[in-house]
Write a protein that binds this ligand. Structure first.
Ligand code: BDP
Length: 596
């Protein structure tokens, strides 16, 4: 799906700003707004809300912040007649997690999946003059959604049964219109999609899909806007002489300017290749070492909402600490963030929103709850496939994306995991024109002895907490336990690269101790040192991404102190002691050829 841009043939109109907002009945998963048809007229008794942002932290009170169920957004716009002479699209970059859109009281579209864009042509809905757009959004996750999560029924003293979340992923369930809402125009005959695949000799293969009849011509421009190559036809190739490659930390970007009839679109691209070969992760044919983080889209006030200043700040801190990469744990991040990562040369493992696809995580971890074979019960497959299709459709041209992650910590230790994930793997491989490597990130109970998916993936991405959730406070025990696992992988998958995509220790900034004890800043440093002492010895260990870049909001629980505190930075982006340790460590690890 093309990102909305302005060009000589296209207009973009932002609908961001202050909207009207109303909560539907809390914990009534059906919502009364539909039976009472709130969308038919202007919403009553509304509060102000800002788009884009998560709604949760913008007003006070538990009923508001922890609302479960439907919420209603509404805006009124006035439209000039010229707009309706073109093909007019309404695009919502993210509505988390399920949305129904009404225009002037009429149902226009709906979408399930809260982290990717969707759009609808609105020429038949919009009038010249005043119009009302109403969006109903539901934040409920269950065993059919991606992310997945559970609910349990609670009976109140008055006999009323309500549902409360149970077994949600470990990040606050921020929701709402978290990214931009826009109208944009195209000519009636238009460019639908562009696929770009580059080789490092400067060959650019492209594939352009269009609607209508007309000739297609393309021009490649360098970063200064200078013309460097041209071609024609829908499916062809051009050659850029002496190409400047897209490299980690040096994100050189070209532009493919496509003309079709009266439509013109400009798609940014980089020239680079990625491949996994002989136990190495090659970028431009050179062995790359991942230094970076698992992240979240998370900030005070805006929550998971679009926050471009924070994106730039985070990338600046990543450069300061000598990092080169991150994983979009645990859902696709905004298009603006991905475009910035392209320009900044930050390498991205792009994860679809499949987190929580495990129906007895507690049981597997500590023997708590009931043992359920996830793959016999869970119904996420249709949504999971859609999530992969939408992710690849959106992000396929980004040079920053070097690998797809199909899920985080699903029940990969259970029988059936291989069949479930093989289908998804095949789908992603088929859809991606660049045929990037693919991974499935596993948790600590998915070991060399029982992991069902290790043979499918191109890279073993492991989330491991030696010295935290196991060997808690006993760092001297880390060596033996971690070594035993790593030796297990060396035996089972001798030539498969391994990345630690999560490892970390909760650390409350300002807690210090002369003897490093858990939660102190000193313990966090010692924790990483103990892990690195083992990991460094393995030639196929090709990347370290501590969990997490920054402290982040979670739901409440006895394991969380106002959120997850495993950040290397605090939530307001101040370095903890460990940040200085990583800055020093990573200054000595080059992007390329660290592991020969
Ligand atoms: C892993 C999850 C991550 C959590 C982390 C933790 O992938 O989302 O936040 O553990 O416990 O299991 O900090």
């Amino acid at each position: 799906m093309l990102y909305p841009i302005m060009s000589e043939s296209r207009q973009v109109i932002s609908l961001n700003g202050v909207w009207n907002f109303k909560l539907d009945e809390n914990q009534n998963l059906d919502g009364v707004g539909f039976t009472e048809k709130w969308y038919e007229k202007k919403l009553e008794n509304t509060m102000n809300i800002v788009v884009p942002a998560s709604f949760n932290d913008l007003h006070e009170g538990k009923e508001y912040r922890d609302h479960v169920g439907w919420v209603w957004y509404e805006t009124e716009i006035s439209v000039h007649k010229n707009l309706l002479e073109e093909r007019l699209m309404l695009r919502l970059d993210a509505a988390t997690h399920t949305a129904k859109v009404y225009i002037n009281g009429k149902f226009a579209t709906e979408h399930k999946g809260g982290f990717v864009p969707f759009e609808v042509q609105v020429n038949d809905f919009i009038n010249v003059g005043k119009n009302r757009i109403t969006v109903a959004i539901n934040n409920v996750l269950d065993w059919t959604t991606i992310p997945a999560g559970g609910y349990k029924d609670i009976t109140l003293p008055d006999g009323k049964v309500i549902k409360i979340p149970s077994g949600m992923p470990d990040f606050f369930n921020y929701a709402g219109l978290q990214r931009s809402v826009r109208l944009y125009t195209t000519p009636k005959e238009y460019i639908k999609d562009i696929e770009i695949v580059s080789q490092i000799d400067g060959t650019i293969n492209y594939n352009i899909r269009t609607e209508g009849k007309g000739d297609i011509s393309v021009e490649a421009l360098d970063e200064s806007g200078k013309f460097v190559a041209k071609g024609s036809g829908a499916n062809s190739s051009i050659k850029v002489d002496n190409p400047i490659l897209w490299q980690p930390c040096e994100g050189y970007m070209y532009t493919l300017k496509v003309a079709f009839g009266s439509d013109v679109y400009e798609e940014p691209f980089g020239i680079r290749t990625v491949e996994v070969k002989d136990g190495k992760f090659l970028i431009n044919n050179k062995p790359f070492y991942f230094k970076g983080f698992g992240k979240h889209e998370d900030a005070p006030v805006s929550g998971r909402g679009l926050n471009e200043a924070m994106y730039l700040k985070d990338f600046s801190l990543m450069k300061w600490i000598n990092a080169n990469s991150f994983r979009t744990s645990h859902y696709p991040y905004s298009e603006e963030l991905m475009r910035l990562a392209d320009k900044e040369g930050i390498v991205v493992i792009d994860e679809c929103a499949a987190v929580g696809v495990h129906m007895s995580f507690g049981f597997s971890l500590i023997g708590g709850g009931e043992k359920i074979n996830t793959w016999e019960k869970i119904q996420t497959m249709p949504q999971h496939k859609q999530a992969i299709e939408e992710l690849v459709a959106r992000d396929k041209n980004h040079p920053c994306v070097v690998m797809w992650s199909l899920s985080n910590e699903s029940a990969t230790e259970d029988e059936g995991a291989k069949e479930y994930h093989q289908e998804l793997f095949n789908l992603a491989r088929k859809l991606d024109p660049q045929k990037r490597p693919i991974t499935i990130v596993t948790h600590m109970m998915s070991m060399p002895s029982n992991c069902q998916i290790a043979d499918i993936v191109d890279v073993l991405c492991l989330n491991r907490y030696y010295g935290w959730y196991v060997q808690s406070g006993e760092l001297w025990q880390v060596e033996a336990a971690l070594k035993s696992e790593m030796d297990g992988w060396s035996k089972r998958c001798p030539n498969k690269p391994i990345i630690f995509t999560e490892y970390g220790a909760d650390t409350v900034a300002g807690f210090h101790d002369s003897t490093p004890v858990m939660f102190s800043e000193e313990y966090q440093v010692e924790y990483y040192k103990a892990n690195h002492a083992v990991l460094e010895k393995y030639p196929t260990f090709i990347g370290e991404q501590p969990w997490n870049f920054a402290d982040f909001a979670t739901s409440q629980g006895i394991f969380r102190v106002q959120g997850n505190k495993k950040g290397v930075f605090t939530r307001d982006r101040k370095p903890k002691l460990v940040a200085h340790y990583f800055k020093e460590r990573w200054s000595k690890i080059p992007n390329f050829d660290y592991k020969k």
